[in-house]
Design a protein around this ligand. Structure first.
Ligand code: C5P
Length: 226
């Protein structure tokens, strides 16, 4: 059907930050709002896709018409994505924490009055986008990553496309100003970096970026018979 071009396709979207526990009351987080990923999940559903949204902790409401799975840590997110497979398309829009605390404390870490400070040792988290892209079996036919960059946006995106093994990188300039730039903002300026080249879009609302991206995904699904 013409206005539901993604009918019958399963799409997995990750969105939001992850929280990595330090102890039962503290965690490491980042400024991702989930706005872009959630808007994309909703836009894909409007085009007929069956969407599984794997979301870290956000204040955004669950999009209508989308199955939303709530997770906290990167490892939980990786597992939820794994459990949601197979899918025709996967879009990793989450700001997954690169590191987690090695050996989170079972009890709240207390000040002992001596002025001694605790040392956090970190270990790398699983890279969800890279492992999806490099699956031998059951790789989604179209795997899309996001890249938040503060400088040399397109250069870094090209390198990331190769390193992760995904099909497209949606690169956005998050700025480095004191206001935190695009994070939590309603607007986004993105470049779509693929094996074929680069498409730079004007500054748009995240809703509009989502609609255009969903349309571009639908076109590729049709062209490549995914
Ligand atoms: O390497 P970097 O974190 O900048 O890559 C960003 C892209 O990789 C995003 O699409 C993000 O969702 C994905 N990613 C991931 N798992 C990680 C780190 C990043 O899926 N552990």
């Amino acid at each position: 059907e013409a206005n539901r071009p993604l009918d019958g396709r399963h799409v997995i979207v990750t969105s939001g930050p992850t929280h990595e526990p330090i102890d039962p009351v503290r965690y490491i987080a980042n400024r991702s709002s989930g706005k872009q990923g959630h808007a994309l999940a909703a836009a894909l559903a409007r085009l007929g896709a069956r969407v599984t949204l794997v979301s870290g902790p956000v204040t955004e409401p669950d999009p209508t018409g989308v199955q939303t799975i709530h997770v906290e840590t990167a490892r939980d997110m990786a597992q939820a994505v794994e459990d949601a497979l197979p899918a025709s398309v996967a879009v990793c829009a989450a700001a997954v924490a690169d590191w987690r605390v090695d050996g989170e404390a079972g009890q709240k870490i207390k000040k002992d009055g001596s002025g001694a400070v605790p040392t956090l040792s970190l270990v790398e988290n699983p890279d969800i986008l890279a492992s999806l892209s490099r699956r031998n079996q059951g790789r989604p036919a179209l795997v899309i990553g996001f890249a938040a960059e503060t400088e040399k946006v397109v250069d870094h995106a090209r390198a990331k496309l190769a390193r992760k093994g995904c099909d497209w990188i949606v690169a956005n300039d998050v700025g480095s100003g004191p206001d935190g730039g695009v994070m939590g903002s309603t607007d986004n300026t993105v470049h779509i970096v693929t094996g074929e080249g680069i498409e730079s879009w004007p500054k748009l609302s995240k809703i509009e970026v989502a609609a255009r991206l969903a349309a571009r995904i639908a076109l590729t699904v049709k062209e490549r018979n995914i």
